[in-house]
Write a protein of this length. Structure first.
Length: 281
C-alpha cells in the first residue's frame, strides 16, 4: 500500500514522543531517566516576594529554559539545596550554646560566692583579736620591803604583785602569746614608766577570762627628790605617815607578741575602781 504523506500525523507522533519523556503532571507516561535533563536554569530577575519568604535565596528557580536564564549544573543545585539544612543545624547548635552559657556563669558565680562566704567565716572565727586587759586596784609587796635610796640620790626598788585579768571572750580559738611585756606608768606625768613585768608562753583559752598574778619589778631612778614621778610614788607608797595616803595615778601598758601574728598587739588597763592603792611597806 502506498504511504500517504500526512504532515499533521507527523506532528502528532512527535508530540506524543516528547510527552513520553515529559515531567509534566498531566503526562500519562513514566519518565525516562536516561534522557532526563541534567541542567536547571535560574531566573536572574529579582522576585521581591520570594526573596522575603526564603532568606537564603534571592533568586527564583525555574525548570524551563529561556534566553534570560543562566544555567547551573545539577551538582551545584544539590549543594545549594543541602546548604539550608546545614544552616538550620548550625543555628540550632549556636542557640543551644547560647542557652548553656548563662548556666556556666551561674555555676561559676555560685562557686565564687561560696568561696567568699567560706573565707569570710574562716576569717571571722580564726582572726586573732587582741585580748582585753584589766587590773585590780591594789598591789602587794613581795620578797623585800621597798628601798627608797638616800636623799641625795633617791630611787625606788621593789617587787609588786598585781592581779591582772585577760579577757579573751572575743576569740573563738585559743591565743598563744610567745612573749608579753607589761609596764606600770605614771598617768599624771606623761606616762612615765617606773615598773616592768615580762612573761613568755602564755596560753589564753577562747571565750573565757583568765586571772593572772603578775610580778612587777619596780626600778625607778629619780634625778632628785623634786622629781614629779618620784614625789607621786613617795606620797602614795612611801613610809607610813599620819593620815590616809593619796591614791596613785597609775595604769598598765603592754605589748603582746601573739603566735601567728606578724604585728605586735598593744593593750592598756586602768584600775577597776579608778583608784590604785599601792603597798606602803
Amino acid at each position: 500500500m502506498e504511504e500517504i504523506h500526512d504532515p499533521y500525523r507527523r506532528n502528532a507522533e512527535r508530540t506524543v514522543q516528547e510527552r513520553a519523556n515529559s515531567y509534566l503532571p498531566y503526562s500519562n507516561h513514566p519518565p525516562d531517566l536516561t534522557h532526563a535533563r541534567t541542567e536547571l536554569y535560574l531566573n536572574e530577575e529579582q522576585d521581591a516576594s520570594s526573596s522575603s519568604r526564603h532568606p537564603h535565596f534571592s533568586n527564583r528557580l525555574d525548570l524551563h529554559d529561556g534566553p534570560s536564564r543562566s544555567m547551573l549544573s545539577s551538582n551545584t543545585m544539590s549543594l545549594l539545596f543541602k546548604a539550608a539544612p546545614l544552616r538550620k543545624e548550625q543555628t540550632a547548635l549556636s542557640l543551644q550554646i547560647v542557652r548553656k552559657k548563662p548556666q556556666r556563669w551561674h555555676i561559676l558565680f555560685s562557686i565564687i560566692t561560696l568561696l567568699l562566704l567560706t573565707a569570710g567565716l574562716v576569717t571571722f572565727f580564726c582572726w586573732p583579736r587582741t585580748p582585753g586587759l584589766s587590773m585590780d586596784d591594789n598591789a602587794q609587796t613581795v620578797y623585800e620591803p621597798a628601798d627608797w635610796g638616800p636623799d641625795s640620790q633617791p630611787f625606788l626598788k621593789a617587787t609588786w604583785l598585781v592581779n591582772v585579768t585577760f579577757d579573751n571572750t572575743r576569740n573563738w580559738i585559743p591565743t598563744h602569746i610567745n612573749r608579753m611585756e607589761l609596764y606600770l606608768v605614771d598617768v599624771l606625768h606623761e606616762d612615765q614608766q617606773f615598773g616592768m613585768a615580762t612573761m613568755e608562753s602564755v596560753f589564753l583559752s577562747p571565750r573565757t577570762t583568765t586571772l593572772m598574778r603578775i610580778l612587777f619589778h619596780i626600778n625607778y631612778d629619780a634625778p632628785s627628790v623634786n622629781d614629779p614621778t618620784f614625789r607621786n610614788l613617795y606620797n602614795a607608797c612611801g613610809p607610813k605617815k599620819v593620815g590616809t595616803p593619796p591614791d596613785l595615778a597609775v595604769k598598765i601598758q603592754g605589748a603582746l607578741h601573739v603566735r601567728g601574728v606578724a604585728w605586735t598587739q598593744h593593750v592598756s588597763a586602768t584600775p577597776s575602781t579608778g583608784k590604785f592603792l599601792c603597798p606602803t611597806i
